[in-house]
Design a protein around this ligand. Structure first.
Ligand code: DX5
Ligand code: ZN
Length: 219
């Protein structure tokens, strides 16, 4: 994994023209595609799943697919998502699946392993698992929808970064929700290095420039 990266959330893309949207992202040099899977139970929204992920992988095999599972029972599905093209799989610590069993299931695949924390979940809850993970995702909005207002989680990000440094754990910290040119420097300062961007990126006039400016904010 590169030190700093932008992961484009296709939730804000024009889904009717997903193919050209993905091509644009690839041409704009976006590092990863953030793929939000919602089951209507873990969050109050339903998005897309395995067949769409497979199609994206087929279209752009070289782009990293960063799958964010907002589902009740990730343990049941991680293997299928891995086989469908995911490069990184993030599941929520608040889900109903046993956290360690889900990590073990991920170890059976060759995807990167990550855990997400909702805004009310403390940093400490992920500490015991960090040595088994490649990434921690700190949500800066309540999961479920794009275009929400950023919640400052700097203290949580800092606590996770400090714990990683103190225990020599090499880990990425991703942030997701309300990231734009103003909030990117805030999360970077706290220790995040992968920025998910949905509405800000897709609403911009020039995708490539916006991706660059976000990446620079963390360079
Ligand atoms: C929200 C999703 C996010 C969302 C981010 O539950 O996990 O990935 O698409 O969208 P923005 O960048 O618009 O907040
Ligand atoms: Zn997400």
């Amino acid at each position: 994994m590169s030190n700093y990266a932008v992961s484009a959330s296709v939730l804000s893309a024009d889904l009717l023209n997903l193919e050209s949207e993905i091509r644009k992202l690839s041409e704009a040099g976006v590092d990863m595609i953030h793929f939000d899977v919602m089951d209507g139970v873990f969050v109050n929204n339903i998005t897309y799943g395995l067949p769409v992920l497979k199609s994206i992988k087929k279209l752009s095999p070289d782009m990293l697919l960063d799958v964010h599972l907002m589902i009740t029972n990730p343990l049941k599905y991680v293997r299928e998502f891995a086989e469908s093209g995911a490069d990184i799989i993030t599941f929520h610590i608040e889900s109903q699946s046993d956290t360690m069993k889900t990590i073990e299931e991920l170890y059976k695949t060759d995807v990167k392993r990550a855990i997400a924390l909702k805004p009310d979940t403390p940093a400490e809850s992920v500490f015991p698992y960090m040595k088994y993970l490649d990434m921690v995702l700190v949500m800066t909005v309540e999961p479920g929808f794009g275009g929400q207002k950023f919640m400052d989680m700097s203290n949580k990000i800092r606590a996770i970064r400090n714990y990683a440094d103190e225990h020599n754990i090499d880990i990425d910290i991703q942030v997701d929700g309300g990231i734009d040119d103003k909030t990117a420097p805030v999360v970077k300062k706290a220790g995040a290095n992968i920025l998910v961007s949905g509405s800000y990126l897709f609403r911009s006039e020039n995708l490539s420039e916006t991706a660059d400016s976000l990446r620079k904010a963390v360079d």
